[in-house]
Design a protein around this ligand. Structure first.
Ligand SMILES: C[S@@+](CC[C@H](N)C(=O)[O-])C[C@H]1O[C@@H](n2cnc3c(N)ncnc32)[C@H](O)[C@@H]1O
Length: 239
């Protein structure tokens, strides 16, 4: 659904790394929380819904969330994933075949207006004009943003003694509140015990690694970190 091919920094290696990390259960508490928000909103077990994941990457979040909702449901839900990266969508469509996957720009989304009950936007850029256009009258936009301590163990190695060592999401939160009516805010914070085989994919799954030096990347590979902090906020908004 893109007019022309695009090369982004989100490459195959990053999606493969994200997939390993997602499948290791790293984000399970986050996905459980998002599923609960959707289930509570649906109220009735027989109510079908349409869920768009805008910036879905390799599709593991949408697949996991939809799976959890379906377990609690007497009906089918439609999952649609949209991402600007062809690499991500190829991976998603090969493994999660019961959904619709599209290569496209979320700033110019190829979907009709007011068709989605839920729009997920997980650690990805947003376009609120498009989200407002596509969400149904009483639908919800569910955006996940990093908090200060998200992957702090990696951040410390990548950005020690630089201004990027501390992260603030104030602008993102403010923008969300300006564009949508904020209905709920949920902080999800936990630690994951690291298996040494996850260090490599952990480093390469995040854009955090883009702005650091080769030397620090090497240091990260050799790090002896036993636990990693996940610190995220889920914002729930409506029109
Ligand atoms: C950090 S990744 C997160 C991917 C996925 N949500 C996850 O958490 O695994 C950010 C994603 O946003 C996608 N993205 C960036 N700009 C986009 C745009 N304009 N339209 C659609 N997707 C976009 C990237 O291709 C990438 O897959």
């Amino acid at each position: 659904m893109l007019a022309h091919a695009l090369h982004t920094k989100y490459d195959r290696r990053m999606f493969e790394s994200r997939r390993i990390i997602c499948r290791s259960g790293f984000f399970d508490p986050l996905n459980t929380k998002i599923s609960e928000i959707i289930i509570n909103k649906l109220k009735s077990k027989s109510k079908p819904s349409k869920i768009l994941d805008a910036g879905c990457g390799e599709g593991s979040h949408l697949s996991g969330i939809q799976g959890k909702i379906t377990l609690n449901s007497e009906t089918d839900h439609l999952g649609v994933g949209l991402d600007i990266s062809k690499e991500g969508i190829i991976m998603a469509s090969k493994d999660y075949t019961n959904k619709i996957w599209c290569v496209g720009d979320l700033a110019k989304a190829p979907f009709a207006s007011q068709k989605f009950n839920f729009i997920l936007n997980i650690l990805a850029p947003a376009n609120y004009v498009e989200f407002r256009r596509m969400i149904s009258h009483d639908g919800r936009v569910i955006k996940v943003i990093p908090e200060r301590d998200y992957l702090q163990e990696l951040r410390e190695i990548f950005y020690e003694h630089t201004e990027k060592q501390v992260y603030s999401n104030d602008n993102t939160l403010e923008l969300f509140r300006n564009k949508l009516k904020l209905m709920d805010v949920e902080r999800v914070r936990y630690s994951v015990t690291l298996d040494h085989t996850w260090i490599e994919p952990l480093i390469h799954m995040t854009p955090l690694s883009w702005g650091t030096t080769e030397e620090r990347l090497l240091k990260a590979h050799e790090m002896n970190v036993k636990e990693v902090t996940i610190d995220l906020t889920i914002l729930v908004g409506k029109k």
